[in-house]
Design a protein around this ligand. Structure first.
Ligand SMILES: NC(=O)c1ccc[n+]([C@@H]2O[C@H](COP(=O)([O-])OP(=O)(O)OC[C@H]3O[C@@H](n4cnc5c(N)ncnc54)[C@H](O)[C@@H]3O)[C@@H](O)[C@H]2O)c1
Length: 348
């Protein structure tokens, strides 16, 4: 039988959940509640049942689970209350703004015995799954460095996302997705974190950041979010032991260049601005094979399918407490590094 889910917060993301839940094969929509009357009216106009309060949702025995889709500073209270009322909980990202706050939520989940997970839906993004596929296929060997970038040119949204007290800023908004993706690829220990932030359009919170993660085995990950970039750099760049790969943007296939032999004969120098170079000359087709990788297939509904299977005890939950805690630890270290201007030594 389908699980009945109610959604708290009928803004952009809450409404998105409602539309997905209505199309789902495993969950059905019980209704929604939003503190803003205008959003309650919008829900009614969309044909979504409304509850008079979040308490009314928690007290409804027909509701199995709750999605929390409010601004970031009102996640913990609602998650803890929902768990205490015996509901399973899906919380929007970022789950909270500190490891300490997340630990209170994890503790509440343990006490309730209910499923508590976080909607890290960008694990299903096909561009990211392309990177994962290249690593798993192993054709260009182990990664030495992965660079993950998103560039926009409209600054930070002017709603609660530009206010510190609501948990605004790009590290919490987009960083949480991009860090989560990279930590899905690499379980090795992170030993150092260095981060700088930008304040081009907003003084209060970061409107972009550049984050370096240094792993114990020497591998590095670079994550960059910009909101003042009028030409976007590629979404992903991978440097691996036997080649390189690039994914230009969300819609493109990965392009791979595999080194088939290290030594080259008769390298022809190329002309650069003020001289010639052999070092930077492109390789010939004898030592380099170039090809494209098909985009993997992905279905965001697998998130709800796994959630229901976890509630029924048929599968472990995909997005675990340990994983969201590790991402939160990285974000805390990023803030500490940006604040001090120093590289932070960690063991994450
Ligand atoms: N996973 C994703 O891809 C994704 C995408 C967008 C947003 N989000 C997350 O979803 C959450 C909401 O973001 P959004 O873009 O929908 O913001 P939004 O401003 O569009 O909507 C938030 C809504 O919550 C309501 N609200 C605030 N406090 C409330 C409360 N105590 N009870 C009930 N309603 C309350 C507001 O009135 C508003 O309508 C954030 O945590 C955000 O980071 C996730």
């Amino acid at each position: 039988m389908k699980k009945h889910i109610a959604v708290i917060g009928y803004g952009g993301q809450g409404a998105w959940h409602c539309r997905q839940i209505e199309k789902s094969d495993v969950v059905t929509l019980a209704g929604t509640y939003d503190i803003k009357e205008a959003r309650m009216e919008a829900a009614k106009a969309d044909g979504v049942r409304t509850y008079p309060s979040s308490k009314a949702i928690f007290e409804d025995p027909a509701v199995d689970a709750v999605v929390i889709a409010t601004p970031n500073d009102d996640h913990k209270r609602l998650v803890v209350d929902a768990l205490a009322a015996g509901k399973h909980v899906i919380c929007e990202k970022p789950v909270e703004m500190s490891v300490a706050a997340l630990d209170e939520m994890i503790d509440a989940a343990r006490k309730s015995g209910k499923i508590f997970t976080v909607h890290q839906n960008r694990r299903w993004d096909v561009d990211f799954l392309g990177v994962k596929k290249i690593i798993e296929d192993g054709d260009i060997g182990e990664p030495l460095r992965v660079e993950s970038r998103i560039h926009g040119s409209r600054g930070i949204p002017s709603d609660w996302r530009c206010q510190k007290k609501h948990g605004g800023g790009m590290i919490l908004d987009w960083g949480v997705h991009l860090i989560d993706q990279m930590l899905q690829l690499f379980g090795q220990k992170i030993v150092r974190v260095y981060c700088t932030v930008t304040h081009i359009t907003n003084d209060e919170v970061d409107d972009g950041f550049r984050l370096e993660l240094f792993f114990e085995d020497g591998k590095t990950v670079y994550i960059e979010v910009g909101t003042y970039n009028f030409i976007a750099m590629p979404r992903f760049y991978m440097q691996c032991k036997k080649g390189s790969a690039i994914i230009a943007d969300w819609t493109q296939k990965a392009k791979v260049a595999k080194m088939t032999a290290w030594h080259e004969r008769d390298v022809l120098p190329v002309q650069t601005a003020a001289g010639i170079t052999k070092t930077m000359a492109p390789r010939d087709e004898i030592t380099l094979k170039e090809y494209e990788v098909d985009r993997p297939v992905s279905d965001v509904h697998d998130f709800y399918r796994n959630f229901c299977a976890a509630v029924d005890g048929r599968e472990p939950q995909l997005i675990t407490h340990a994983e969201v805690r590790r991402v939160m630890q990285v974000m805390e270290a990023a803030f500490a590094s940006a604040e001090s201007g120093q590289t932070v030594t960690v063991s994450i």
